[in-house]
Ligand binder design. Sequence first.
Ligand code: HEC
Ligand code: HEC
Length: 243
Amino acid sequence: MKIRHLPTTHFGLAVAACLTTALAGAAFAQAPPPKAAGIESEGYVWNKMEGGEKELALTLKGDVVNGEEAYEICGGCHLPSGSGRPDGTFPQLAGQHKSVVIKQIADIRAGRRDNPIMYPFAKTLTDQQELADVAAYIQTLPIPSDNGKGEGGALELGAKLYARDCVVCHLDHGQGDAEKFFPVLAGQHYKYLLRQINDIAEGRRRNANPDMVKVVKTYSPAELDAVVDYMSRLEWPERAVKN
Ligand code: HEC
Ligand code: HEC
């Protein structure tokens, strides 16, 4: 059986989720994720340590049709629409830059971004061509606007911090920058953003950009919460779901 061809649409996500959990268990038992040097190590240089896999995948034109097929197994967690879940367990992926998807998956496969839940599935992408294909497909999916938002209690503070410290890289609609590997954050779930920003501040997101870490480290918990609450409300019409 080719595991990529799980019938996610006919039998529903519950079946896919059970199968994916079982497969994760099996694959994990065979091959624990590797551990590559990250931000905690002295010679860390952001975005320069992924090696040949990222560089090669970036040169390839992704095939969206093949990418859709490769994405089937991903949809078990990230959902077929790519919307992820508001509870923050699985991030929103739809509309993400192809370059960012390639970098993040290369980091996960190399063990520079720790993601034991997803690691066995990241390994189902057979080669760099398939990595480029799935990334190209994800970029074509429209960004939903019904993502999980925060409570909205300190949006003014959030807006102020975002304008001062974050907009320079993440831009005013949260559209990031494909060329520079800055992710799209528009439409991302508040609870996922909050988990990531805490991981970033405390050095657990080991593939993070050190210029970002430097700023985020100085934030109080209330400031971290305010800025990601604000970010969860960013919209990027160009790649959004059209009403
Ligand atoms: C078993 C569930 C599961 C499956 C299947 C899965 N993922 Fe993930 N994925 C996750 C989790 C959990 C995270 C967030 C990890 C974290 O908190 O750092 C994630 C994160 C990501 C990210 C990083 C998102 C970001 O905003 O930085 C990308 C890209 C991604 N997944 C793509 C894929 C692709 C492509 C596939 C299929 C080959 C896939 N995932 C399959 C669980 C899964
Ligand atoms: C120097 C550029 C830069 C600045 C400034 C910056 N970021 Fe980032 N941010 C990045 C990059 C690059 C990533 C992707 C992670 C990586 O691979 O380094 C990222 C990722 C993130 C993520 C995780 C997104 C995901 O999909 O997993 C969050 C949350 C985030 N940034 C929040 C912030 C906040 C809040 C600020 C301002 C306080 C900020 N960033 C400032 C470059 C920046």
